[in-house]
Write a protein of this length. Sequence first.
Length: 306
Amino acid sequence: MSEQNIGSDYHIPVLYYETLDILNIQPDGVYVDCTFGGGGHSRGILERLGPEGRLVAFDQDADAAQNLPEDDRILFVPQNFRYLKRFLRLNGINGVDGILADLGVSSHQFDEGERGFSIRFDGPLDMRMDQNGGKKASDILLEYDAKQLQDMFSNYGEVTNSKTLAQHIVQHRSVAELKTIDSFKGMLQPIIKGNPNKYLAQVFQALRIEVNSELDALKEMLEQIPSVLNTGGVAAIITFHSLEDRLVKIFFKEETFEEKIENPFENSYKEKELKILTKKPIVPSQDELKKNARSRSSKLRAVEKL
């Protein structure tokens, strides 16, 4: 794929060549793109697959389906990747040769004001990636108590004054119209600390993660990797903030999220199933950073199934 054709206005794929190279795509293999989005990475995979190869593309955002290429080798699953194993089994696929997940929000979602993801536009406070159901961001702001809001902003946004922020929302939400981005930003003006754009970005990140259960979904998907990958298969995960990256790093190293309880009378050694391919995460080149500013926080980690 020529450089100018990578991605689209919908979304420019990050760490494109690095991801495709580390997946080591076999022409007759079966691959999964857990976050189809604009289809940039998927098109790259399809270019390296032969006529017998297959690609399964997951995306819970209905808008993503409009980017599907006309290609019989691709199967689109309009679901969250937390259901990875279930939908592979439903389609008669017992093992795959590679898994890709490009986490976070697509350029398209950020640039569509009515989706409510960006602080740059006014629009409804929605933030749902799957718009078929679930709580909107506005519902959470209106329904959560102060402790729930504080925990959300502290844990998911690392907001420095999360307690003050939570109390401020609870005190003012009955009179403020918390349905739009501008109304919410207006409410926050008196308590913003430091750089307003950075502060609001942290607040919005926390809300988005809560609305979409992003970290829980990521953990569930990661836990399925060892049982879904064929021997020699590769899983490549691109993260965009430290909360995601920490989960990926922990799972790739420990192969579990369960706390280990040391028992001196029990040999709890478990044979490793995954080999880490990225001692340090792969980050964008200077050239990519110049062309796509949104790639600046991205990190790629990968493992191979032993």
